[in-house]
Write a new protein. Structure first.
Length: 195
């Protein structure tokens, strides 16, 4: 559609907005997201991630998931391709890895995405149809295809990053929900209503 912004333009805008956030606002959002995560219907296995830099959330989300009874799997850096995973035990177990990421020090589990019944997915934005905007490397697009068909995909974004419409490509896998700090859990797709 003429005049429609492409993914690059959306990434530039959202990255600039995130960079302008205050540390106090980020900490408030992290507390609210940890509280929201604790209120989810938490299954036995959850794939999540350690928020980095300006991403919404904190390791408190991971601790809340474990406190709710879930075994939490986090991505570990590896060669380009589908993500590999290791189990999160505590924040003391996290080590610095490539790209400034924090990851568990335990055993790497190659096909662990197939265990997860819930997957928290980092995103720059997500639209009300479920189209997710990532950072552009494609790791999650390649990984989520191997998840179980019944897994719940939840994009974690800020409230103003839940948009009406984003550009979509054929390889994009849609999210079923968005989790935002102030709005909580939002159903995406044909239902489209906040829960």
């Amino acid at each position: 559609m003429p005049g429609e912004r492409d993914k690059h333009a959306w990434r530039a805008e959202i990255t600039a907005r995130r960079a302008a956030m205050t540390r106090a606002d980020q900490e408030t959002e992290a507390r609210e997201l940890a509280h929201s995560v604790a209120g989810l219907d938490v299954p036995a296995w959850v794939c999540a991630y350690v928020p980095m830099h300006d991403e919404p959330g904190s390791t408190a989300m991971l601790t809340a998931l474990r406190a709710a009874g879930a075994r939490v799997l986090l991505p570990v850096t590896g060669p380009p391709g589908p993500l590999q995973w290791a189990e999160f035990i505590s924040t003391d177990d996290l080590r610095r890895a490539r790209f400034g990421l924090l990851e568990p020090a335990g055993e790497v589990l190659t096909d662990a995405i197939a265990l997860a019944e819930l997957v928290l997915v980092p995103a720059l934005a997500v639209d009300r149809r479920g189209v997710r905007l990532g950072r552009g490397a494609g790791y999650y697009d390649r990984t989520l295809a191997a998840a179980r068909p019944t897994a719940r995909f939840i994009a974690v974004v800020r409230d103003d990053e839940l948009l009406d419409r984003l550009p979509e490509e054929p390889h994009d896998l849609r999210m079923g929900w968005a989790l935002t700090p102030h709005g909580g859990l939002h159903r995406l797709g044909s239902a489209g209503a906040a829960e």
